[in-house]
Ligand binder design. Structure first.
Ligand SMILES: Cc1cc2nc3c(=O)[nH]c(=O)nc-3n(C[C@H](O)[C@H](O)[C@H](O)COP(=O)(O)OP(=O)(O)OC[C@H]3O[C@@H](n4cnc5c(N)ncnc54)[C@H](O)[C@@H]3O)c2cc1C
Length: 426
């Protein structure tokens, strides 16, 4: 059986960046992904755009907080869209927010392959072989069968902390007290919209939506319609369905959620088609391949990041990532969304210890399931930050396998130096 230095489970922003950075660090890397491409929630759940990942210094000069591999991905997507579509979406010095996920999928794939990462798609990690504190192999399930794959070090980027949970390491789910997670949302796209016409009635349509909700004509518990632009002039992106009080890690409850949320898509699309100017010729183009999960398991790691760390803009000695996205909590019980915003010029950092689960020597975790509270996760869960967490985990894993294989023994000074040399703001 082939032995890898590093196995990364999950190929979202965190997993792709982890695999690329580990391979660039000299490790022999396998990335295992359940779906048919890299990109995770952006690819499978149609999540878009990138939420803000920058601030300004006292001279109003921009400080970009998510850099390194994330900046490279944005650059490569711009280059590709320039080749394919002309210069329209390609202002090279501007920050990227809205992006085309088809470019993302191929850019991540090319970056991973050129770094030397081996990809294994259509494959789910379903088990872990562990000896004491050391993970020896992950058990995978795919069309070839059910079998083990060995490595010296593992990175759990499944979003749901599957590998950590399968390893018997402690995890938490949802908020303290009742364990409820942020709602799940099925994103969808509508084509053929006359957006300038729609913009003239946007505010009225929001009012009418609220009225319909009050009258019980709309069942969706979300308080308003959350709409984003796309890279097409006639397509709108809807992040506006809402399923609450369903566990994202129960197959039965997720099935119920998928069934209910599909009705919400048609309810909202029909409402717009009937009432909104600009929607006369609109076509329901696509729903995401699966419902989007904002929050599920989080590991219980060497440090638990809290809301106080965020609001105090704490800077950790072992920081490996920086973020200032607001604490954005979609009500886990029903209607309403709360925000706590960072003042311009401020940000917090995330310590390496949040990536280290208790109970394993050779496992790191990156992405939305690192060690934190529900409130802290509501901020760093955005794609740009997940990407930086992945880069940090991959870099650390490559260092660990050159040493004794233990992720706790990675030299933090050397890790931070390498991340900085590789373009990261930490
Ligand atoms: C509805 C919704 C709207 C959001 N809106 C925004 C937004 O506007 N802007 C923003 O920046 N962020 C947004 N986010 C947050 C962001 O999309 C996610 O938090 C982020 O993408 C998580 O990245 P990740 O790499 O940790 O996990 P994911 O992107 O979820 O990737 C995990 C990958 O692991 C794979 N996987 C899972 N389990 C296994 C397994 N057992 N074996 C093998 N593979 C497995 C999955 O197929 C997936 O590809 C939103 C999230 C949701 C759900």
């Amino acid at each position: 059986m082939e032995l890898y230095d590093v196995i990364v489970c999950g190929g979202g922003f965190a997993g792709a960046a982890a695999a690329i950075s580990a391979a660039r660090g000299g490790a022999k890397v396998l990335l295992i992904e359940y779906n048919n491409c890299l990109g995770g929630a952006a690819a499978e759940c149609l999540v878009n755009p990138f939420m803000p990942y920058w601030t300004h210094d006292e001279n109003k000069k921009r400080i970009t907080l998510s850099t390194g591999i994330f900046s490279e991905i944005c650059r490569e997507m711009r280059k590709l869209s320039a080749e394919a579509e002309g210069a329209k979406y390609c202002e090279n010095d501007a920050l990227m927010t809205t992006f085309n996920e088809e470019y993302l999928k191929i850019v991540l794939q090319r970056m991973a392959l050129s770094a030397g990462v081996r990809l294994l798609f259509h494959t789910r990690c379903v088990g872990v072989k562990k000896s004491g504190q050391s993970i020896e192999a992950v058990t995978v399930s795919n069309k070839s069968g059910i079998y083990d794959i060995k490595a010296k070090c593992f990175i759990d980027c499944t979003g749901d902390a599957d590998v950590t949970a399968l390893s018997g390491c402690p995890v938490r789910v949802g908020r303290e007290g009742d364990g409820l997670c942020q709602p799940m949302t099925l994103c969808f796209r509508v084509n053929n919209v006359d957006i300038p016409e729609f913009n003239k009635v946007r505010a009225d349509i929001q009012k009418l939506y609220k009225q319909y909700r009050a009258e019980g004509k709309i069942k969706n518990v979300r308080e308003d319609i959350l709409i984003f632009g796309t890279t097409s002039d006639t397509t709108l992106h809807f992040n506006s369905t809402r399923i609450v009080k369903h566990s994202p890690i129960s197959a039965e409850e997720v099935t119920e959620a998928e069934i209910a949320v599909r009705e919400q898509v048609f309810e909202l699309f029909s409402f717009l088609k009937k009432n909104a100017k600009g929607f006369e010729k609109a076509v329901l183009a696509s729903t995401a391949m699966r419902i989007g999960v904002r929050e599920s398991r989080m590991i219980d790691g060497e440090y638990v990041l809290t809301q106080d760390d965020l609001t105090g803009c704490r800077k950790f000695e072992d920081s490996i990532s920086a973020c200032n996205y607001d604490i954005d909590i979609h009500n886990p019980e029903g209607s309403g969304t709360s925000h706590w915003y960072f003042k311009d010029g401020t940000y917090y950092t995330i310590p390496y210890r949040c990536l280290i689960p208790k109970g394993a020597d050779n496992l790191l975790v990156a992405g939305r399931c690192i060690s934190s509270t529900h409130e802290a996760q509501a901020s760093y869960r955005i794609m740009p930050t997940c990407c930086t967490l992945g880069q940090a985990a991959g870099t650390a894993a490559a260092m660990a396998v050159k040493g004794d294989g233990k992720v706790r023994n990675v030299d933090i000074g050397q890790l931070r130096k390498t991340l900085t040399e590789n373009g990261m703001f930490i």
